[in-house]
Design a protein around this ligand. Structure first.
Ligand code: PMP
Length: 428
């Protein structure tokens, strides 16, 4: 497959944009080679600048759960644009959006719109600290919550050591209030609460981790977090930027039946436009300005065009059986891949929750922790990724990202993908 235009554009891009991209993982650093520049998308397909077609399992990193160019979403966006792109004042569509979110997400009684997932988590953390009057934040290694200073933290050497910044430019003083524990390891959480419980403002977690590939919670993990938070007066924040409206209509909290105090949302809630949100218990949300003292604001928050895309998307994903159909397709894709690998004697383990999936080149039969993910064969992943790309299948260009199925993927698309995988696996 020839991608001459992408090569040329990337050369130019690197002149004017750091690393040639506006968000790091797009640069193909994890897989090598030149990132693909796209100019058009339709349904389940992306078309690059040379007009090569790819089946898209990235979906703009999650938002495009209806596939690309959904007619209802586009009609809604066009109408909103014609009516005015931004007012910086309250609008009816914001109220409709807030009502819809409260109706769909079990724990959300009030919600505030922002413009990205990062803003949502940053604001939720501030609110949790303001509400509890405490400073410490607990997070988990391998979970990503956007590029918020206090959340860009590596675990220290021991499970209970205070976090160190994972990027230059973040003062140690900012991250010393962040404790980083092991995902799916409740014992470390218990020990942490025993030592610091009275000072912990909140625990923030991806209820299905999607930023270390796809790692679901083990039985009892989320329940345990809920209990430790309750016992110590700390807030539980589910970062559902990725899982919200994806693993189930009501997100992971509906799927696993656990109620967090606060929830952060992004991706699907904007239907492809820049939108995030955070919401939860009314008594907590009432602490937010202007109702309460915790400050938070945004010039383009609740932008009507973005709301139009998001609301139309939420209406469509609310249709009966929407998520069950997607989950069945994701399951067929993962089972198909696992079967092909087994037939060829290649170690491969898969994870899948609803329309979110992950596969791992490894002989480990269960992937539940960050350490398991790190032990996988990344070189094999790179070869698989490029083999699939050259055969018209666009997977996330990193072994540490989850994949997504949209309602535009047909059974034929899954068949095609598996046929290509059969060929590529044979070459590994
Ligand atoms: N939280 C999670 C779970 C995410 O997956 C992401 C983005 N991948 C974010 C937060 C940050 O969202 P954004 O990129 O919109 O700032």
């Amino acid at each position: 497959m020839v991608r001459r235009q992408s090569e040329t554009l990337f050369r130019d891009a690197r002149q004017y944009i750091p690393g040639g991209v506006n968000s790091p993982v797009r640069a193909f650093n994890g897989v090598g080679g030149t990132p693909v520049f796209f100019h058009r998308a339709e349904g389940a397909y992306l078309f690059d600048e040379d007009d090569n077609r790819y089946i898209d399992y990235v979906g703009s990193w999650g938002p495009m759960i209806l596939g690309h160019g959904d007619a209802d979403v586009l009609a809604s966006v066009h109408a909103a644009i014609d009516a005015g792109m931004s007012f910086g004042a309250p609008t009816a569509i914001e109220v409709a959006m807030a009502k819809k979110v409260c109706e769909l997400v079990p724990s959300i009684e009030q919600v505030r719109m922002v413009s990205s997932g990062t803003e949502a988590t940053m604001s939720a953390i501030r609110l949790a600290r303001g509400f509890t009057g405490r400073d410490l934040v607990v997070k988990f290694e391998g979970c990503y919550h956007g590029h918020v200073d206090s959340l860009l933290v590596k675990a220290g050497s021991g499970a209970l050591t205070l976090g160190v910044p994972s990027s230059p430019g973040i003062p140690k003083a900012v991250t010393e209030h962040t404790l980083t524990l092991t995902y799916n390891d409740l014992a470390s959480v218990e020990a942490c609460f025993q030592e610091h419980g009275e000072r912990i403002a909140c625990v923030i977690v991806e209820p299905v981790a999607g930023n270390m590939n796809c790692v679901p919670p083990v039985n009892g993990f989320l329940e345990g977090l809920r209990k430790f938070c309750d016992d110590h007066g700390s807030l539980l924040i589910f970062d559902e930027v990725m899982t919200g409206f994806r693993v189930a209509l009501g997100g992971a909290q509906a799927h696993y039946n656990i109620k967090p105090d606060l929830t952060t949302l992004g991706k699907i809630i904007g239907g492809g436009m820049p939108v995030g949100a955070f919401g939860g218990r009314r008594d907590i949300m009432q602490h937010l300005a202007p109702a309460g003292p915790v400050y938070q604001a945004g010039t383009l928050s609740g932008n009507p065009v973005a709301m139009a895309a998001g609301l139309a998307t939420l209406q469509k994903v609310s249709q009966p059986d929407f998520h069950a159909t997607l989950a069945a397709r994701a399951e067929r894709l993962m089972e198909g891949l696992a079967t092909l690998a087994r037939e060829q004697g290649i170690g491969l383990t898969t994870n899948q929750v609803g329309a979110m999936f992950g596969f791992f080149f490894t002989d480990q039969t269960r992937i539940t922790r960050f350490d398991n993910v790190m032990q996988c064969d990344q070189e094999r992943f790179k070869r698989f990724f490029h083999g699939m790309l050259d055969r018209g299948v666009y997977l996330a260009p990193s072994a540490f990202e989850a994949g997504f199925v949209s309602s535009a993927h047909t059974e034929e698309d899954i068949d095609f993908t598996l046929e290509q995988a059969r060929t590529v696996l044979a070459l590994l």
